[in-house]
Design a protein around this ligand. Structure first.
Ligand code: 3PG
Length: 401
């Protein structure tokens, strides 16, 4: 179901479920990528003369109002980006929301307060969720679901609301699926996947699903130390998931059998402590405890030799998907690996995709522009679950699965 399937939207109240879950620091948005990504759909609806009711979650509040998770700064940013006034309702389905919706003119926009200030949004109980969805449904005549980053959640505004109102996918979801389909249906070869971030346990599904489908997997980030340990190397005080060692050994064996390369770092940057100004040394990946920090050294980035090898592997690929920073990129001293991977991704002669979440924040923080990449997904967990081949409730309900 596409936007066109909803027919004329002039004068209609259209609820748009976006994912405006942006990072905030002291009430200031530090990466507005998700707000910008919502603009094509919102502009299309404004131009069609719809009365646009934007809703989203932000963070993980506990089902009750919590000022630190208010969408007010997002409404403000949206107004700047749209270049027009945007009203803000201080609740989601209460009096403020009803009044704001009733005052909307054709082409007008209101942002409702955080959906997750209502326990019904994320409830595991179907009836509770459906009850909240029914309250939301009273605000609109139709639903446009465009929060790609949240389609893996079976939540009231993502799933149940679409069963009540006439609904369609927005332009962001359509774009995201176009790109992700290119990664899953006959991707051009060589196909390289770059995985980083802190935890192996977050990536188990994607590794096991992608192993039979890709040519190589490059492993960086905090998770690399569990791989090194699985190969028998000491990793000092680096991040380690002991309970995943057997699983990782299984992947290494399966990769060998299938002829897929799992490329691990040959050198790493080891620091005296986890801090921006920590003393640090570069060492071979099999000699982490042999720096002057001994067994207390913590690996915080891939080393320069690894960064060059990863960059070369990326540049020589036709399809690349990257999820998870290579090191603690928030600290400039440990950002070089992530920067090298990002730079190489901009040089891919083919499709280079940055898979949402921390990797998207990283490339922007490191000074890259969105249009340097083939695609920056707005979905972290959602794009990973899509690549795992999982059914995503928010797409299934729209008939897009
Ligand atoms: C995300 O940031 O991945 C999405 O906004 C989903 O958020 P959630 O993990 O809190 O459901």
């Amino acid at each position: 179901r596409t936007l066109e399937s909803l027919g004329s939207l002039e004068g209609k109240r259209v609820i748009v479920r976006c994912d405006l879950n942006v990072p905030l620091k002291d009430g200031v948005i530090t990466d507005d990528g998700r707000v910008r990504a919502s603009l094509p759909t919102l502009n299309a609806l404004i131009n069609a003369g719809a009365r646009v009711i934007v809703c989203s979650h932000l963070g993980r509040p506990d089902g009750a109002p919590d000022p630190q998770y208010s969408l007010a700064p997002v409404a403000q940013r949206l107004s700047e980006l749209l270049g027009k006034p945007v009203a803000f309702a201080r609740d989601t389905v209460g009096e403020s929301a009803k009044e704001a919706v009733a005052s909307l003119e054709d082409g007008g926009v209101v942002v409702l307060e955080n959906l997750r200030f209502n326990a019904g949004e994320t409830s595991k109980d179907d009836a509770t969720r459906q009850g909240f969805a029914a309250e939301l449904a009273q605000l609109g005549d139709a639903l446009v679901s465009d929060g790609f980053g949240v389609v893996h959640r079976k939540q009231a505004s993502v799933y149940d609301l679409a069963e009540i109102l006439p609904s369609a996918a927005g332009l962001l979801i359509a774009t995201e699926l176009d790109v992700l389909d290119r990664l899953t249906e006959n991707p051009e070869r060589p196909y390289t996947v770059v995985l980083g971030g802190s935890k192996v346990s977050d990536k188990l599904g994607v590794i096991s699903h992608l192993l039979p489908r890709v040519d190589r997997i490059l492993v960086g980030g905090g998770m690399l130390f569990t791989f090194l340990k699985a190969q028998g190397h000491a990793v000092g005080s680096s991040l380690l998931e002991e309970d995943q060692l057997d699983t990782v050994r299984g992947y290494l064996a399966e990769a060998t059998e299938r002829g897929v390369e799992i490329v691990l770092p040959t050198d790493v940057v080891v620091a005296a402590s986890f801090s921006a100004d920590a003393a640090h040394e570069i060492t071979a990946a099999d000699a982490i405890e042999q720096t002057s920090f001994g067994a207390s050294g913590i690996g915080l980035d891939i080393g320069p030799e690894t960064a060059s090898a990863f960059a070369e592997a990326i540049r020589s690929s036709k399809t690349v998907f990257w999820n998870g920073p290579m090191g603690v990129f928030e600290f400039p001293a440990f950002a070089a690996g992530t920067k090298a991977v990002a730079q190489a991704l901009t040089e891919v002669d083919g499709l280079g995709v940055v898979g949402g979440g921390d990797s998207a924040a990283a490339v922007r923080q490191l000074g890259f522009a969105d249009d340097q990449f083939g695609h920056i997904s707005t979905g972290g967990g959602a794009s990973l679950e899509f690549l795992e081949g999982k059914k995503l409730p928010g797409l299934e309900v729209l008939g897009w699965a």
